[in-house]
Design a protein around this ligand. Structure first.
Ligand SMILES: *Cc1c(COP(=O)(O)O)cnc(C)c1O
Length: 465
């Protein structure tokens, strides 16, 4: 048995505090954060960190916003919890109405849950119920894409392609899933292939996949509008999502766009799909929805999907104890009102242009920088060992992690990614600062990132020598 600690030793960054909280790693202790304000975190060591990834693209309005604190405290004083079987609250109604006022793009209903995985799970169950109510119970199959991430519960992990996370669960997952090529031209485009030809090839592959499994057995195609953590901020080629929409319509398949990471303004429009010629049947949202002030996620559903339920069982056969939690809804509503009042989506678009310019001008000449890509304030730098052949680093080098750790030591937090190409090979770091980030802060981020990459280029070259 572990010895009982009853001393009050102050917590030190990097040192275990107590033994009872299960961390992601059993050997690496995460950094202790004692306060967070605006774009900065303060560690127990006293070090200040510029949060250039907003956690995981979560803190859209930055940290420690007192307006949001006041709103959630005020809600807690009114009603902190009711069960949605019998009750609703003004704040939950207002949040849904605030986001879906006027049914943008035909999105009519919002359903709020506690995490992104729950939102994707809710979307999958709704898609399934839609076909069931319409008398097509044989539609069980989900077509997803390689290099995608949709969550960490059993069903959402099953439709994801995050290889490393799935290894222990072979045979334990939802079986009716297949994966097509992602619209990730830097890795999956062929030499000399035009954007139009690449798009046409991907759409042909998707249709072939529908036909292979039997289009009458497919319930949904699920995709991130802009790919997030798994491949690193990959926007689709022109016409791709419109083509996907047309194929889904042709075969009666629902289109679920997962905007948990890329949505809620992150790419410079409120819905990431607004920059594509496409309207999904179900959209998921999470990270930026609550901005980190509360655990909240949601799905937004097109009227025609709801109509199938209206004409059928007249109920959504799904629910959670904490759905539409009043305090979470209050936090989210306050965040969304700030975003709208302060024009932060437009600011995200403008600052995104600044970030793009800085990244390209500061990093493009580095020999390990393969591609710089993204939209809005959602950017990734993919690393290569050789820019000509695009050869990746050996995964054991952990180049992306090295750069992330080096940048962190120098006071800037970026989000690392490994297995960028196929779940095993490839490295990137992801930048997703708060929409409130300043140009000066972006200058710092890009300067430090350059220094971190150069330091690790030298370190890795030293290892090889
Ligand atoms: C983060 C993420 C999820 C999962 O959300 P959790 O809140 O971690 O469960 C699902 N899909 C995408 C695209 C994500 O980025």
């Amino acid at each position: 048995m572990a010895p009982h600690r009853d001393d009050d030793t102050p917590v030190q960054s990097g040192k275990p505090h107590a033994e009872h909280l299960l961390h992601r790693s059993l050997v690496m202790h995460p950094s202790m954060v004692t306060s967070a304000k605006g774009t900065h975190l303060t560690l127990s060591s006293g070090q200040r960190i510029l949060d250039a990834c907003a956690g995981a693209a979560v803190a859209v309005i930055g940290h420690g916003n007192d307006e949001v604190h006041d709103a959630l405290l005020a809600q807690a004083r009114k009603v902190s919890y009711v069960h949605t079987q019998s009750y609703t609250t003004p704040v939950a109604e207002e949040l849904a109405d605030f986001i879906l006022q006027g049914s943008p793009h035909g999105l009519e209903k919002a359903f709020f849950v506690g995490s992104g995985s729950e939102a994707v799970e809710s979307a999958l169950k709704l898609a399934r119920q839609y076909h069931y109510e319409r008398g097509q119970p044989e539609r069980l199959h989900v077509v997803s894409r390689k290099q995608s991430y949709h969550g960490n519960t059993m069903a959402t992990m099953s439709v994801s392609y995050n290889v490393a996370r799935k290894v222990p669960y072979q045979g334990f997952a939802y079986p009716h899933v297949s994966y097509v090529t992602p619209p990730y031209a830097y890795r999956y485009g062929l030499a000399g292939e035009t954007e139009a030809a690449f798009t046409a090839r991907l759409l042909r592959e998707l249709e072939d996949e529908f036909l292979r499994v039997g289009p009458d057995t497919v319930m949904a195609f699920i995709a991130e509008t802009v790919i997030g953590a798994t491949a690193g901020c990959v926007a689709p080629p022109r016409g791709y999502l419109a083509g996907v929409r047309a194929l889904c319509d042709q075969y009666g398949i629902l289109l679920i766009l997962d905007e948990i990471m890329c949505g809620t303004g992150r790419t410079g429009t409120f819905f990431a799909f607004e920059q594509e010629d496409v309207v999904p049947d179900i959209v998921t949202a999470a990270k930026g929805l609550g901005g980190g002030y509360a655990a909240i996620a949601g799905i937004y559903v097109r009227g025609r999907v709801i109509d199938a339920l209206r004409q059928g069982s007249k109920a959504y056969n799904h629910g959670h104890t904490y759905q539409a939690h009043p305090i979470s809804c209050a936090a989210s509503l306050a965040v969304q009102k700030i975003i709208r009042r302060d024009n932060l989506v437009s600011r995200c678009r403008t600052m995104g242009k600044v970030l793009e310019r800085l990244l390209r001008s500061r990093l493009s000449d580095l020999r390990t920088v393969g591609e710089i890509r993204g939209r809005g304030l959602f950017w990734a730098v993919e690393f290569v060992q050789d820019r000509e052949t695009r050869e990746t680093f050996d995964p054991s080098v952990g180049f992306g992690n090295r750069v992330q750790q080096e940048a962190f030591r120098r006071g800037v937090a970026v989000y690392p990614g490994a297995g960028t190409v196929d779940g095993v090979r490839g490295d990137h770091v992801l930048l997703a600062p708060p929409f409130t980030v300043t140009e000066e802060e972006l200058e710092t981020v890009c300067r430090v990132l350059r220094e971190a990459i150069e330091a690790q280029e030298a370190a890795v070259a030293g290892m090889a020598a």
